[in-house]
Write a new protein. Sequence first.
Length: 221
Amino acid sequence: MTARSDRLVIVCTANVIRSPFVAGLLASRMPSSLGQRLILDSAGTMARPSIPADPRVVALGRTYGLDLDPHRSRRLDEGVLRTGDTVLTAERAHKRVVLDLRPDLISSVFTLREFARLAEAVQGRASSWAGLVQAVSRARLTLRRTHDEDDDVVDPVGGPDAAWLAFERQATQAVSTILGVVATLAPPVHPEGSAAPILTRREYRRSREFSVLDRRSTRKG
C-alpha cells in the first residue's frame, strides 16, 4: 500500500466531545491551500457507534461557528487508520491504543498539545504538511519534554464548569497554535492578501481570557 500523508485523524475516548470539537475547529479554519488536500476525521478508542455529540459540546461548537449536530461517533479500530495518517490524540493513553493497532504509525502519532508544542518549536523548518509532521517527529526525540500531564486535554464529561473551561482553553489554544504554524507552510490565500484568520477576535478572547470567565462563573454560583 502506498503511504499517504493527506489525512489527519483526531482521537479521544468516546468521540462525542473532544475529538469532534477539535476536528471541527481544524477543518473549519484550515487554510484553503492545505484544507483542500488534508482530510480531517475523528474516532474514539471506546466509542459506541452512531452516538450524537454531547449537547454541551454542540452548544460550545456553535460559539465557534461549528455545526456538530450531524456528528455521529465512531469507534477506533484498525480499519479507521491508514498508512501515512497523522493521528492527534486527546491523551497519552489514546496514543498507546493507536500504536497497538498500528505500530507503523509511530512517527506520526502525537497528543494534540504535544504536536502543537513541538510544531511551534520547529516553525519555519517545513514547507508542507508532511514536512511539518516529519520535523515534529524529529523534534520529539531531541527537544526537552514537559511534564506528561501537560500534554493531555481534560475530559470534561460529567464534570463541573471548570472542567469544561479547561477543556475549551486547552483545545482552542492547541488548535490555534497548530493553525498558526500551518499558515506559514504556504502563501496566504485570504482575499485581502493576508493569511486566513485562525480564530476570530471573540474566539481568541474565549481561548485566552479564562480568568475572567472563571470569575463570572464564581459570581453566578
